[in-house]
Design a protein around this ligand. Sequence first.
Ligand SMILES: [Zn+2]
Ligand SMILES: [Zn+2]
Length: 232
Amino acid sequence: MDIIRSLLNPASRCVLCGSTGYNDVDLCAPCSAELRPANPICVCCALPLTTPGDSQHFCGSCLQNPPPYSFVYRLADYAPPLDRIILQLKFNQKLHLARLLGTLMARDIRQQALTLPDLLIPVPLHKQRLQQRGYNQALEIARILARALNVKLDRHSCVRHKATREQTGLPAQQRKTNIKGAFQVRHDVRGKHIAIVDDVMTTGSTVAELSKALLQQGARRIDVWVCARANV
Ligand SMILES: [Zn+2]
Ligand SMILES: [Zn+2]
């Protein structure tokens, strides 16, 4: 029986160090322990706060200029070793890593008992970029989340109709201009609580722009779910 079981469920292997996986994912216990998110963080945008002990506070930027989304969930900071996994997924065709990241996020989201949205919307890629890359990493992560959390995946309501430059490497102000008007919402999202899914959130200009487009079409509330939050 053990042979059959191991054939059906081959032992998981850590994608970072090759040791035996832990908790049925392709990551070992010591490598999992490295995915530690910063604390305390802003209750809205998830950036680290400088004052220790704050657990219900907004950062200065969210207080002065409230973003269009209500809440950001992140699995961990954009730092080693998570950044390596994300880069492999995004640029190296390692699509199976979406399963690992989505599974880790779904487990954490359940554990934190976050309010689940009506819809998950992955940040869309422009069709040119989709053709070059062959897949959208945000969609691949969202598929796993949708299945694990039993939330509807909506991959058709939003399109990126403007071919923008890669945001990576652009300063904050240019990121905003670059992404302005990039998204179009084609279906009715009135009254919906939506979580936008992406791999990394840096300045937040992409998810803010998509949030605005969804709110303009009547969405009730927007959350952002990302694997990693870069501290900018
Ligand atoms: Zn490991
Ligand atoms: Zn904030």
